[in-house]
Design a protein around this ligand. Sequence first.
Ligand SMILES: [Zn+2]
Length: 399
Amino acid sequence: MEYTFGGAFLGVGGAFSGVGARRAGVDGVRAGYVGIMLRADLLQELLVAYGPGGQEDAVRAICHRELAPHVDEIWTDPAGNLVGLIRSADPECPDSPSGPNKDGSQSIRVMAHMDELSMLVKRIDADGSLWLTPAGTMYPGNFGLGPVAVLGDQETLTAVLTLGSEHTTKESQRIWETKPDQGDKSLDWLHVYVFTGRTPEELSAAGVRPGTRVCVHHSKRTLIEFGDYLGCYFLDDRAAVAALLEVAPGLRDPRPPQDVYLVFTTAEEVGGIGGCYASRTLPGRLTLALEVGPTEAEYGTTVSGGPIIAYGDAQALYDKKVADRLLAVAIELGLDPQAAVFGAFESDASQARAAGLTAQAALLCLPTLSTHGYEVLARAAIPAMSRVVCEFLRTPQPD
Ligand SMILES: [Zn+2]
């Protein structure tokens, strides 16, 4: 399935149409990416792929397949990031991964993370039940009780995350604690476990042990469409991954004035691990992260509004000149951008900047309802993000 940008483009086939279809009243839109469309089929494929932190192989394989035809070089770095390089229009451009001028380089690193919020097996009971610890900031209520996938080394098992029976009394203390009219404690990881229906021996044979990743089951990962909106778990950050994948074909003709590294990062949710490594090892001054951005009254942001450009978050300040420029680009494209300062939010870029691994950091977000829960965003948001990134990368960077 494919959807046109904002319903205003012609519904021509092909995920990337370089012709005609142009949003009325928008000037300054360059040929070559005016027809970027939401590829809902690709987004669904990304959403259903399991990508727990540090084990994003299924997501990486999809990204590699989609990216490879559109980049000059593609590789997976030692941290597990997938990197695609699009070389500058200038053949004399000195930037290269082995170049001497890393921090002075004009190269830009654009990142979207492949990982999702997930859980790790902490211990296994004698009856085959699994107790979990979260990988990322989340509670059992964010994704609800129900089916999970246990990614054993030999076998992926279907199992069920459960609290136990609600038809119990104070004698069942663990359950009783979570009842709002009784124990009054919110559901946490010490309250829930995974029923596997397997013995410890069977679990061992499937390659399940402490450290095994547990993900929300694929049966709960169907993209829903309603009105102008899309909903699913894990739009963080697969929606931004889909947007970044559409940037690559948009940068080939003409090429950007500086080398561009498109980086699909590992383990963002557990500390920006991949984004920090890529910021340290790839040339360039700027790391630009693509993320879902919270839409709440406290930030003055709405899910129906244009792309969010952040000036700060819980971890770092974003570079003001770069944020100003992203804002100007989005305004030029007629996208009604939203400037914001976030709390309780971090990105690959802010974590890299806080660690001193990038000179400049920037953050562009898809306006998203109920982040780290069942996320909702506008259909038009993903193509809009791709267009802002393409236009931003095609114009020379200020000093
Ligand atoms: Zn994210």
